[in-house]
Write a protein that binds this ligand. Structure first.
Ligand SMILES: [Zn+2]
Length: 294
């Protein structure tokens, strides 16, 4: 008893995106145009968060944020961004990574080498989540959902998810299984101990996984969990005010997703809900109790 799972939010840079990205209430041609062309004063600076999970049995990194090459001097550098991203994504994201904030730099600061990571879990293939993968490619295992990997073949995803960012990286694909969790009732038990559950919440992408980190307790009144939504939501406003993000492939599924997140957030067992782009998330460890069954 007394052990816990500790989740560290790591801010791995920023994206300066149109306010319609987190709060556009659905995909539209107008939103898409605005997202590429928005002037600086109509953009929001949002963090790009990865999460380091210190589990008693495994060290897990969820997503990888931007790569250092996108911002060599730690400031917004449009020419450097275009070396990494195609022009339309460079305009969409306007990303930068202050010195010391790329994922491998933050891990090194904590005395963690990439090869110390047991698992790197990619929630989906959008560049703000995978661009840093080469910095941690020596991790013991890198995992992505088969549904995310497979549907990358769609033209719509190829425009969003440049393959060059992750091509050639040795990656395992996991298969979701029937579950009572999530909008698709599909989940994958990462460590096979009911503590880290990859829950499929399609809408933003087909294979997107939100991550439930929980104490492994099967009885609901003893359960405690934190929910890492990935991009099923961007800001608490999405579920609090029923506004879906303005980027995704299926608004109906996104609506289901934010309503599911709202229901999770209202549960007594919920320690907190954490997105990948919420500027109000404190960069402090989140504790989830761990049941030691021995
Ligand atoms: Zn994102």
């Amino acid at each position: 008893m007394g052990k816990s799972i500790r989740i560290h939010p790591l801010c791995c840079g920023y994206m300066q995106v149109s306010e319609t990205v987190p709060l556009g209430n659905g995909k539209s041609l107008k939103n898409s145009a605005v997202q590429l062309l928005a002037k600086t004063d109509r953009r929001m600076k949002l963090p790009v968060l990865a999460y380091l999970i210190e589990h008693p049995d495994a060290l897990i990194l969820v997503d990888t944020g931007w790569c250092r090459e996108i911002s060599p001097k730690g400031v917004y550098d449009p020419a450097a961004v275009k070396q990494v991203l195609p022009a339309h994504l460079a305009s969409f994201y306007q990303p930068y990574v202050p010195a010391g904030m790329a994922v491998h730099e933050q891990l090194a600061e904590r005395g963690i080498r990439p090869e110390d990571l047991d698992i790197v879990l990619l929630t989906h293939f959008d560049p703000d989540h995978v661009a840093g993968i080469r910095h941690v490619q020596k991790a013991k295992r890198i995992l992505v959902a088969e549904d995310e990997y497979f549907w990358n073949c769609r033209v719509v995803y190829q425009q969003r998810q440049p393959k060059a960012l992750f091509e050639g990286i040795p990656m395992e694909h996991y298969w979701y299984r029937g579950s009572d969790l999530g909008t698709n009732r599909w989940a994958y038990d990462l460590l096979e101990d009911n503590t880290i559950l990859c829950v499929n919440i399609p809408g933003h992408t087909d294979g997107l996984c939100s991550v439930i980190v929980q104490n492994g307790e099967l009885l609901e009144h003893k359960r405690k969990f934190a929910l890492l939504t990935s991009d099923a939501a961007f800001l608490p406003k999405n579920w609090q005010e029923d506004i879906i993000p303005g980027r995704g492939f299926d608004p109906t599924l996104q609506r289901k997703g934010v309503r599911w997140i709202k229901a999770q957030s209202a549960m007594d067992s919920c320690v907190g809900v954490f997105t990948s782009h919420d500027p109000d998330i404190p960069l402090q460890p989140i504790e989830v109790p761990f049941l030691d069954r021995d």
